[in-house]
Write a protein that binds this ligand. Structure first.
Ligand SMILES: C[S@@+](CC[C@H](N)C(=O)[O-])C[C@H]1O[C@@H](n2cnc3c(N)ncnc32)[C@H](O)[C@@H]1O
Length: 756
């Protein structure tokens, strides 16, 4: 925000004196922009309800007041920073209106400057008798906390220079947002690394933030010099334009003031281009007169069934993830916008057209078979391999290219194809062709035992130990494991050939290897049970128990397509859900009427929590610990999954950059996922981002990683029963220092002292 804000600070229009109309337009645009800005950051999530506990409530209120005071201090700092040299008094639309309509309300300011409780201040020269103050329209912000802001520090005006002209304004801008806006989402999304510095609210005007140091990490490329991509500012600007449209300011006039960081047309395009979340409105906006409107249950929108036509199918195909193996439509996990282009994350998965589907190990394993011409049979495979590595004979480029192109046309290489290749090179022996083929297919690779092609129980990869019939003790991914990359190759899944084997991950459902692959997770064979026994007794048993279900043992959720018998598919099917409302909607009172529940049914798989996403009631509230926190809104028993930690999946490098900003604002939303990636819920996530840290008895939930369709996902689970209104807290671990922000301030103070 900083730079845009800085650029939007008033510049001396010119040596010529502006007309009254210019000044009015300038004031309207500036005032609207600031108003929207303040409204945006004063917003609190509607789910923020008062705490039931009196003591906690008071503590939380004290925290809130302190936070508002801190904002006030920062605002005063900005006021001091934005002091400009020459100040003259200028009539504002407000004052003009006050003049004409209610002369008695006209502010009388004998000299220098004044400020209003609303926070805006206006400086005027003692030399000018026409003294003006700039007020915020008081009726504009019902319940706004801006009243609590102390008046900003006033800037002492200097006498204006002869013929010069400048505006000054010291509106206390909310420097540290009380609630950072976050786009809500139900599943994590992959975020490519930022190529340029993202938009940072307000920091450029803050002496404590080393913007230069931060910019260097992005090679001095700044996103706000490019078309903006920051949700906060985009929402603010779109709303500013919407409000300006209600005044008589035209786009050209607004652009000429240079108050808004982007031209009007660009902002309008942003609104068209992006699916922006709506401008956050305080719940008190939803009032009819003085009485808050009680929202009623609204039936979901009905989507009429459409006829499918072939061109739609083509569109559907375009929506599918381009990553081989991923079956999600509109997948955001493996695709993303990089430099304005839609790109695959795993670009290495897309086999370039010129690349051969024939691999070195295939050649080696097939050469083991009998050659009809018996031309390369005198040599053993290992001899052939050693020969190709030790004495690589490079053919002339043209001849090599020809062999290459022939090789790439072959879908499968067998002994006969080697002979075909040889036929295309009549001057070469079959052995020479074989050796050159090996040299083309790759230089030094880990040696592959041809026997691996037909897996022998004894030579099976050591990570696999057979347990029960279909269940293998496949490697359990831990935090040390890299993100999963589905394998896509020919031949057996062995290290050197298979990405899964390389990273010690089990092969997944969507991997390219055959279903018979021994490294593949096969799902479980647990049995679902009828809810009532033949004697009519209700069953309390659970299906897919932690110590019995192979999926649970391997720390993964059941896969509805792999685990046929446990009822995972039925559990995920909304019609079979126990909590599926069985009542009917009564339009006369707008409520659901319960009807007798169907007593039939089954006890299904209990290992699909993240896929089902049916969480207990939680709410965001002001926390006595730090800022906002997450609270239980119902009694919750032990071992209940509270929710998934959702956010942007970013690399550690991107995490390091973001940490610089986090350190400055004293809050972080980064969660380390594995050796490759972190989840950041600073600007995209769900309510679990508000879980604060605790120690010892304060801790009531823990975090764990599970695998859903071969993807690592983080979830929170209660460690003990939690009472309604209790704050949810988990131990962030030893690396988190609760006084981190204090330490940062201490460090900055020490740095300043050292500089002096
Ligand atoms: C994931 S956020 C938690 C939500 C945060 N309180 C908010 O208002 O957005 C983590 C940040 O909260 C603060 N925090 C969490 N637990 C804390 C604690 N026990 N003591 C001090 N600060 C804490 C730290 O600033 C930390 O970086």
């Amino acid at each position: 925000m900083s730079s845009s804000l800085a650029s939007s600070l008033p510049t001396a229009p010119s040596a010529s004196t502006p007309t009254l109309a210019d000044i009015q337009i300038y004031s309207t645009v500036r005032q609207t922009f600031n108003q929207v800005w303040n409204d945006f950051y004063e917003w609190k999530p509607p789910s923020t309800l008062p705490l039931a506990d009196d003591g906690l409530l008071k503590a939380a209120e004290r925290q809130d007041v302190q936070q508002v005071r801190r904002h006030g201090k920062l605002g005063r700092k900005l006021a001091a920073l934005s002091a400009v040299e020459d100040i003259v008094s200028i009539p504002t639309p407000d004052s003009l209106a006050a003049d004409s309509l209610a002369p008695a309300r006209r502010p009388i300011i004998p000299s220098s400057s004044t400020s209003t409780p609303g926070g805006s201040s206006y400086s005027s020269s003692s030399a000018t008798p026409d003294l003006i103050t700039w007020r915020r329209p008081s009726g504009d912000q019902p319940g706004s906390s801006s009243k609590k802001l102390p008046p900003p520090k006033l800037v002492q005006p200097r006498p204006p220079k002869e013929g010069s002209f400048a505006l000054t304004m010291s509106i206390p801008v909310t420097r540290v947002p009380s609630y950072t806006f976050c786009v809500g989402g139900t599943s994590s999304i992959w975020k490519p690394e930022s190529k340029s510095m993202p938009f940072i609210p307000c920091f450029g005007d803050d002496a404590d933030f080393d913007e230069l140091e931060y910019s260097k990490k992005f090679g001095m490329r700044r996103e706000f010099d490019e078309p903006g991509r920051d949700a906060d500012i985009e929402i603010i600007l779109v709303e500013t334009i919407r409000r300006l449209k209600q005044t008589n300011v035209t786009p050209q006039q607004a652009d000429s003031t240079r108050v808004l960081p982007q031209p009007w047309a660009t902002i309008e395009n942003v609104d068209l281009d992006r699916d922006l979340p709506p401008f956050p409105r305080r719940p008190d906006f939803e009032t009819e007169g003085q009485r808050p409107v009680k929202r009623k249950w609204e039936p979901p929108l009905e989507v009429p069934e459409e006829e499918v036509n072939p061109s739609d199918m083509q569109d559907m195909f375009e929506c599918e993830c381009a990553r081989p193996g991923c079956v999600r439509v509109g997948c955001t996990r493996h695709t993303g916008i990089v430099d304005g282009t839609f790109m695959l994350k795993y670009s290495d998965h897309v086999r370039p057209e010129e690349e051969s589907s024939v691999s070195r190990s295939t050649v080696l394993s097939l050469l083991n078979g009998s050659c009809p011409n018996n031309c390369h049979s005198p040599y053993t495979l290992s001899e052939l391999e050693i020969m190709s590595i030790k004495s690589p004979r490079k053919w002339p480029e043209a001849e090599r290219e020809m062999l290459k192109s022939l090789l790439f046309e072959l879908d499968n290489l067998d002994c006969r194809s080697v002979c075909v290749l040889r036929e295309a090179h009549p001057n070469r022996t079959c052995l020479e062709v074989v050796l050159e083929t090996l040299s083309i297919l790759g230089s030094v690779e880990p040696s592959v035992s041809p026997a691996a092609h037909e897996p022998d129980p004894l030579t099976r990869p050591t990570t696999l130990a057979k347990t029960k019939s279909k269940s293998f003790r496949i490697p359990i991914p831990t935090a040390k494991h890299n993100s999963f990359d589905e394998c896509d190759h020919t031949g057996p899944c062995v290290a050197g050939e298979c990405k899964c084997a390389n990273t010690d991950w089990p092969c997944g459902r969507n991997c390219g290897c055959p279903p018979s692959c021994m490294r593949r997770h096969q799902g479980c064979q647990c049995k679902r049970a009828p809810r009532y026994s033949s004697t009519g007794v209700k069953r309390t048993q659970r299906v897919c128990l932690p110590e019995k279900c192979p999926c649970r043992i391997n720390r993964r959720e059941c896969d509805p397509e792999l685990c046929g018998s446990c009822g995972a598919a039925e559990e995920l099917d909304i019609r079979h859900r126990r909590d599926y409302p069985t009542g009917r909607f009564r339009p006369d009172n707008g409520e659901w009427e319960d009807v007798a529940r169907d007593t039939q049914g089954w006890v299904n798989c209990s290992n699909v929590q993240l896929q089902k996403a049916n969480w207990p009631k939680l709410r965001v509230g002001i926390s006595p610990v730090a800022g906002y926190g997450l609270f239980a809104d119902q009694d919750i028993s032990s071992h209940v999954v509270l929710g998934e930690y959702v956010g942007e999946v970013i690399s550690h490098l991107e995490g390091l950059r973001r940490d610089q900003v986090n350190k400055h604002i004293g809050r972080t939303y980064l969660f380390s996922l594995n050796e490759d990636a972190e989840i950041d819920s600073a600007s995209y996530g769900n309510e679990t981002r508000f879980i604060n840290s605790g120690k010892g008895n304060e801790v009531n939930c823990g975090a764990a990683v599970t695998i859903v369709h071969n993807e690592q996902r983080v979830y929170f689970q209660t460690l003990r029963p939690i009472k309604r209104h209790e704050e949810i807290r988990f131990d962030y671990g030893p690396s988190f220092n609760e006084n981190g922000s204090d330490n940062l301030v201490a460090k900055q103070n020490a740095n300043k002292k050292a500089k002096r």
